[in-house]
Unconditional design. Structure first.
Length: 303
């Protein structure tokens, strides 16, 4: 996935660390084998190369992640789109970044890529786990698969008999139980300087999306990896980051992407409408400020 993972856990049974490490790594390896666009032999890479009209039986995890992405695509009017692959590479990100031009794509290239993007073209049957390649669709699940990997690592730890841990993949986290000594797991949240920025996780996952990571710059123009599938362009609004809480990290990861694309006003309205606890860090003339949706723990913002 081009990132790292880490784990903190209580180990009262004194399980061998190599066994714990191997269990987590095996879970992550399965996600990579199914959904990594960096691996030419992964399931998603084979789907992307397949012929129009071909039907594919997806592994359960792949089908679950794709179904979740399509669910939120429909709910958000396309603010997240699993078929965004052509745009990701065109803007210089991902496994297939266009190395021929360091600057923004031409209008013609952008129009050509946008013609290949559209979640409505994907036909997925969740019950049979079958998906049809409509032709030239290039799936990219980077906005959700990392969160799913956290959930899979969590399941692997529970299968080993562990019940108190904090597992992280590339900055997305999920907590179970408590720290040794009984205190809740606490994680730092992206927030303006001077604002309290820790939140307690009690059987919760947390994911953040923002423009501090994976950025490109050319001739004075700076853009982040967060692309709006509806326009084909990187987002340009006043959001610096969005952090989301959810029981499942897959859901938190997908929703953080959705809210970041929607922006501060539409994103907050979406979060309220769907009961999503979210923290928005917005920029304005006075500097960064925090806005939260209903359900976000107020204690995390106490002075």
């Amino acid at each position: 996935m081009g990132t790292s993972w880490s784990l903190r856990f209580d180990n009262p049974r004194m399980l061998a660390l190599d066994d714990v490490r191997a269990g987590v790594q095996a879970a992550l390896d399965r996600v990579v084998a199914q959904m990594s666009t960096w691996e030419p032999d992964s399931d998603i890479s084979r789907f992307n190369r397949s012929e129009a009209g071909s039907r594919h039986l997806l592994e359960p995890g792949f089908a679950e992640v794709l179904a979740c992405a399509l669910q939120w695509a429909a709910a958000s009017g396309g603010a997240i789109d699993p078929s965004i692959g052509p745009l990701v590479g065109l803007w210089g990100f991902g496994a297939h970044a266009d190395a021929s031009n360091a600057g923004p794509p031409s209008s013609a290239a952008l129009a050509q890529a946008r013609a290949r993007v559209g979640w409505q073209r994907l036909a997925l049957n969740p019950e049979t786990r079958t998906a049809v390649q409509p032709g030239a669709v290039e799936l990219d699940l980077s906005g959700i698969a990392k969160g799913f990997a956290v959930d899979q690592a969590s399941a692997a730890l529970r299968a080993l008999g562990l019940s108190d841990f904090l597992v992280e993949v590339g900055g997305e986290l999920r907590a179970a139980g408590r720290r040794p000594g009984g205190d809740p797991w606490r994680v730092q949240v992206a927030a303006p300087a001077g604002a309290a920025s820790h939140v307690a996780l009690a059987e919760l996952a947390i994911a953040t999306s923002g423009d501090r990571w994976h950025v490109r710059e050319h001739q004075g123009r700076r853009w982040s990896h967060t692309l709006d599938p509806r326009t084909g362009e990187p987002v340009r609004h006043a959001l610096a980051s969005v952090t989301v809480l959810h029981r499942e990290c897959m859901q938190a990861d997908a929703l953080a992407t959705v809210l970041t694309v929607l922006g501060p006003e539409d994103g907050l309205a979406f979060a309220e409408r769907h009961a999503v606890p979210a923290l928005f860090v917005c920029r304005d003339d006075r500097g960064p400020r925090i806005v939260t949706s209903a359900g976000w723990p107020d204690a995390s913002l106490a002075p």
